[in-house]
Structure formats: structure tokens, C-alpha cells
Write a protein that binds this ligand. Structure first.
Ligand code: 7RM
Length: 632
């Protein structure tokens, strides 16, 4: 796969990708190892939806991540691993050693009865064994469902149950910053739920070595099972459209949905987008600071870099431990050339002042990336000046769990970066802006709902176990389009600026949460009648969580109730979903049909005191004054 060389070539390739998409993707897919070539590049409709890329092609993504590189790169480092504590020894894996470790784990999974199509749940910290086991799973055709290890036992149980996982892979504990987290305990708690009977074994990687409760009929130690295995394991032949993984993500309604990605298209798109956006070359050292529990980690820590044969860095810890210079220390230590992080991390580090970042040279850096939420101009400039020393292009990459890979972004050093703009769609991506009634807005200087009108290889195929939900969420509101849930503006030269979600999804520190999900958790508290959750602008997190709560009675200790509500949310979802602010109210503004007027709640949460428009049509207009006066 050739790197795009300049703007003119980008324009030319983009044009071709839209006018001859099948030819375009056929050529790119031909650069991979297939066990059998496809009969047809694409067959699709967005109505059911039913999308097939590389029809009847057979392959295995791990052969493309590992085996394919062995002849030339067996001694090249696939990834370095930097532990949470700078005092712990770092580790590294060459392509050959990674290949062997993956095969050993793959053989272990087979030994315990895991077969093609079985689902395996992962609840692991950022240790190399997480990446290894994910690849092992893919090697034998099992489906991975990684759950971010900050989610609660309840959330973990819901996900295990929804996809009926046969195995859970976890660690004993996790040291993250100064925290010591009992990972296996959460798994044990989750498996107490009646819906989790499907789990036959728990494979436990000994990470810290502290004592754990052991269930001998169910639990397996990694070190008892894995080392004895053969380091060869034949890669299962997978159809392009066989499931590769499930990743749960929040939407505007109810419980999170399991976004399904399939083998062939995901492979082709993550590797293409990785290479072109970051402009990765031999000898580069790429580092993405995301957690593998999110899509960014799947596509751009595990699969993308390995597919292109890059060398990358995986980091166990957090940006502020032992101090706020850790990221920069690591960049200098490893000579990181490509650094990819989230605006929330940049803002958090900015808040510590410049002394930390100024202590380091950062001479090796060539490209900076941003992902997960809109990057505000102040953070963009700080990133550019203090980290990139005004000499590294910034790629602001817009994409989603559902898109599998980066959709709108600058190509580093090829197309121009503009502060707070994601800029242009990648080759193969055809975005449109729609008005609320579904009309395509033409030209530049327009704002609308961001939709995509043609499939790309890593578009989600379904939501696990509920295809109708997939259709309704993404393909029904604007027939013929994939609806992203984001609003965007298009400026001159066709550059896009992402504004943010237009649905009831909030983005807290780059983590997606449904307001309904948080409300359901809050409503579990016996002293809560009803609640409404909205986002509000937050200096570091991007958005914070503001909860309006109607208590059973006001004759209570407010501080205790608020604390308990936060605990209920942490228990139901995880600490990331704890409200930043809770306001007790006697009612919520409702329309005559009983719908909560979130517009008003968002304004109050955002600190606005006027411009509420006509509220007289509400069922309870008097509540608006009370809410304004009681704003926290
Ligand atoms: C990769 C990821 C998706 C939502 C998406 C947006 C927001 C992501 C950007 C962004 C502005 C960006 N997947 N988002 N990247 N907004 N600029 N560069 O984050 O499924 O967890 O979230 O995140 O609202 O719809 S995700």
C-alpha cells in the first residue's frame, strides 16, 4: 500500500474512491494475505441494512498482523510495553515472539473448548497479555468482546449476558496510577448474576500477584495453561463477513448496544486509515494512549499498527503518574515519533502548567493525533506549541465505534491541519450534511446532521442479537444514509468541523455515555422518584454530567443523598458515569405529552439564565424558575 504523497494525489485518489469505489477497495484489499480471493467487492443496501465487503473472501486477520511480517520482520519490535510505575521493568515483543505468544494462547483457548464463533469477554488492564489474547481469539475465529476495566460488575454482567460469553479473560489486579484495583473480584461479582451462567471458564493472568478468591472448577491460571502450549497454531479460515468482535457502546436509549465488526472489511479499513492518516514509515515509533477497552484501542493499538507492520508502544498507566510529565518522559525515553491521545488528556495536562512538558526535549515527535471529542482551540494550540514545538502536523481524527476506523481527518503533513477541524473525509468516505427534514445541504458554509451515504469496509454490520435496533438507530431516521448522531459544519474547501452529538449521548472525557443509561442508574436509588441527566461544558472533561433529581421527599440530608446517588451510578455503570453536579428539584419541565424538555435543562446546566423562549406551553411552566434558582 502506497502512502499518499501530496494534496494533488489525495484529491485524485479521493475522486477515484467515490467514482469507482469497488475498484479502489479491490486494489487495496489485494495487498493482504487471503486464503481465498473474494468473488465480488461489495454488495449492500442501507435499508435492512445488509452490507457485505469482499464477498466470499477467506482470510484470518492475525495472519495479516503476524505471519505475513515474519519473513522480513521477525526480529523487529512489534510493541514495547511501558508499565504503570517507572520502577517496574518494561517489556517488548518482536513480531516473532508475539506470533508465538499468540499461538500459545490460541492453543490454550482451544484446549478449553473455545471454537469458532464462541464469544470471549475480556476484562483486563493494559498489559501485553490483553493484546496477545485478543489476537489469540481472532486466530481461532472466536469473537472478542472487550469491556473497559473501569466498568462495574453490573455493566460487565450485562455485556456478558447479552453476548452469551463462554469465557472471561481477566487479570488478578491492576495498578493504575496510585490505585490498586481488584479486577478479578469484579469478574467474580459479575458472574454471580443469573444471566452469566453461560461462562464456563475464567482465565486469569497474574499481574500483581496479590491474593484472589479462587473457584477451582471454573478458574484457570494463565501461567498454568499457556506456557506448555505449542507456539504454532493454524489460523482459522474466516469468511470476510464472519464476526471479528463485539464492542459495546452507549446510545441515546436504554442499555448499551453491541456493535459488530467483521473480519475482512475491518482489516482493510483499519490498516488503510492507520497508514494514510499517520503517514507511518519504517523506523517510526507510534504511541496511542487510549485503552484497548475502547474502539480507538482496538483499531489503532492492536489491529492497525500490526497490520501495517509498525512498531508501537503500549502504556499501562495514566498521564499524571507519578507526575504530569509522564507522557513526555515516555516520548523521550522511546523516541516516539507519532503520538495519539484525547483532548481531555491534553486539557488535564495543560492545567498543570508548562513546567512538566518543558522539562523534555520531545525532539523525536513528528505527528500528533487527537481523538474522541472535539478539540477546543486552546488545547489545540497548546498541543501544537508545547508538545509539537510548532513543527508537527496535528491530525484531528473524527470517527466512532460504529465506523471502525477514522473517517474524517487530516493526513499528516499531506493535507493541511486547521485548529479544531477534523478537515476532510478519507478516501472512500462520502459524508453529507442533512437538514432536520433529511435534505442534503449543498455547498460550503452549511451546518447539518452528519451522515454517510456510501458504505466503507469497516462500517458496523449489526448490533449483536438485535438487528432491528441497528436499523432503527442508524439507518431509519434518514433512509439511504448511515446517521452518525453528530452535527457538523462544512466550511470552504470542504473542510468539516464536528460540533458534537445531536442525540442524548454525552461525551465525558472522550467516553460515550447515554443520558438514559445514567438516569436508569440514578432511579435505582430508593429515594429517587425521577431524574433527568444532561451534559454541560466542562473545562477538562469536555462535557460533565448534570443530574436533576426528584427525591421522594425533601426532608432528607441532601449531602448524603447526593453521595449515595453517585455511589449507585458507580455501582450500576462505573465511576466514569458519576454525576459532576446533582440538583434536587420538585419537578422536571415537561411538555403536555409528558416529554422532558431537555433544552431547558441543558441551558440551566450550562449556566445560562436567560433565553429560555416560551415555556408557557409546558405542563408545569412554574418549575423553570425553581430550576434556574436552584442551579448548582
Ligand atoms: C473514536 C471514538 C464517538 C463520538 C462521535 C463524536 C465524538 C470522536 C471526534 C469526536 C469531534 C473528533 N469513538 N468524537 N472523535 N468529536 N472530533 N475528532 O471516540 O464511539 O467512543 O465516540 O465521539 O461525537 O460520535 S466513540
Amino acid at each position: 500500500m502506497e502512502l499518499i504523497k501530496d494534496t494533488a494525489q489525495f484529491e485524485e485518489i479521493y475522486h477515484k474512491s467515490c467514482h469507482q469505489p469497488e475498484l479502489f477497495w479491490d486494489e487495496i484489499a489485494s495487498g493482504f494475505t487471503w486464503k481465498k480471493r473474494w468473488d465480488k467487492v461489495l454488495s449492500w443496501n442501507f435499508t435492512e441494512p445488509n452490507i457485505h465487503w469482499f464477498v466470499n473472501g477467506k482470510m484470518n486477520i492475525t495472519e495479516n498482523c503476524l505471519d505475513r511480517h515474519l519473513p522480513e520482520k521477525s526480529d523487529q519490535i512489534a510493541f514495547y510495553w511501558e508499565p504503570n510505575s517507572p520502577d517496574t521493568s518494561p517489556r517488548s515483543f518482536t513480531y516473532l515472539s508475539l506470533y508465538q505468544e499468540v499461538n500459545k494462547v490460541a492453543n490454550s483457548l482451544k484446549q478449553y473448548g473455545i471454537k469458532k464463533g464462541d464469544r470471549i469477554c475480556f476484562y483486563m488492564p493494559m498489559v501485553p497479555e490483553l493484546a496477545i489474547a485478543i489476537l489469540a481469539c481472532a486466530r481461532i475465529g472466536a469473537v472478542h468482546s472487550v469491556v473497559f476495566a473501569g466498568f462495574s460488575a453490573q455493566s460487565l454482567a450485562d455485556r456478558i449476558e447479552d453476548s452469551q460469553c463462554k469465557m472471561v479473560i481477566c487479570s488478578d489486579y491492576n495498578d493504575r496510577g496510585a490505585k490498586h484495583i481488584a479486577v478479578k473480584q469484579v469478574v467474580d461479582d459479575a458472574l454471580q448474576f443469573p444471566g452469566c451462567q453461560c461462562v464456563e471458564n475464567v482465565l486469569v493472568y497474574k499481574n500483581t500477584g496479590d491474593e484472589v478468591t479462587w473457584y477451582p472448577e471454573r478458574d484457570l491460571w494463565w501461567h498454568d495453561v499457556v506456557p506448555n502450549q505449542s507456539n504454532e497454531c493454524e489460523a482459522e479460515s474466516m469468511d470476510s463477513e464472519d464476526m471479528l468482535f463485539i464492542l459495546y457502546t452507549s446510545g441515546s436509549t436504554g442499555k448499551p448496544k453491541g456493535v459488530v465488526h467483521t473480519c475482512g472489511g475491518y482489516m482493510v479499513y483499519t490498516s488503510y486509515s492507520f497508514k494514510q492518516v499517520f503517514q507511518i514509515n519504517e523506523k517510526d515509533l507510534y504511541w496511542c494512549t487510549a485503552d484497548i477497552g475502547w474502539i480507538t484501542g482496538h483499531s489503532y493499538i492492536v489491529y492497525g499498527p500490526l497490520l501495517v507492520g509498525a512498531t508501537s508502544l503500549m502504556f499501562e498507566g495514566v498521564p499524571t503518574y507519578p507526575d504530569a510529565g509522564r507522557f513526555w518522559e515516555i516520548c523521550d525515553k522511546y523516541n516516539v515519533t507519532h503520538f495519539y491521545t484525547a483532548p481531555t488528556a491534553i486539557r488535564a495536562l495543560m492545567a498543570y502548567g508548562n513546567s512538566f512538558v518543558e522539562k523534555y526535549q520531545l525532539k523525536s515527535l513528528k505527528v500528533l493525533g487527537s481523538v474522541g471529542e472535539p478539540i477546543n482551540e486552546e488545547a489545540w494550540h497548546w498541543y501544537n506549541e508545547k508538545v509539537g514545538k510548532n513543527r508537527c502536523p496535528i491530525v484531528d481524527t473524527w470517527w466512532q465505534t460504529e465506523t471502525g476506523g477514522i473517517m474524517i481527518s487530516t493526513l499528516a503533513g499531506i493535507t493541511p491541519s486547521i485548529p479544531s477541524y477534523a478537515t476532510k473525509p478519507l478516501p472512500g468516505i462520502q459524508p453529507v450534511l442533512l437538514s432536520a427534514d433529511g435534505i442534503e445541504l449543498e455547498g460550503n458554509e452549511v451546518e447539518g446532521l452528519l451522515c454517510i451515504k456510501f458504505p466503507w469496509p469497516s462500517i458496523l454490520r449489526t448490533t449483536y442479537g438485535d438487528h432491528e435496533r441497528c436499523r432503527q438507530t442508524y439507518f431509519s431516521l434518514y433512509p439511504g444514509y448511515y446517521f452518525t448522531g453528530d452535527g457538523a459544519k462544512r466550511y470552504k474547501d470542504g473542510n468539516y468541523r464536528i460540533i458534537g452529538r445531536v442525540d442524548d449521548v454525552i461525551n465525558v472525557s472522550g467516553h460515550r455515555l447515554g443520558t438514559a443509561e445514567v438516569e436508569n442508574a440514578i432511579n435505582r436509588h430508593p429515594h429517587v422518584v425521577e431524574s433527568a441527566v444532561v451534559g454541560f461544558p466542562h473545562d477538562i472533561k469536555g462535557q460533565g454530567i448534570y443530574a436533576y433529581v426528584i427525591p421522594v421527599d425533601f426532608n432528607i440530608d441532601e449531602t448524603i443523598l447526593k453521595k449515595e446517588i453517585a455511589e449507585v451510578v458507580a455501582k450500576q455503570i462505573g465511576a466514569i458515569a458519576k454525576p459532576d453536579k446533582i440538583q434536587l428539584v420538585s419537578g422536571l419541565p415537561k411538555t403536555r405529552s409528558g416529554k422532558i424538555m431537555r433544552r431547558i435543562l441543558r441551558k440551566v446546566a450550562g449556566g445560562e439564565t436567560e433565553g429560555f423562549g416560551d415555556v408557557s406551553t409546558l405542563l408545569n411552566p412554574e418549575i423553570v424558575e425553581e430550576i434556574k434558582d436552584g442551579a448548582v
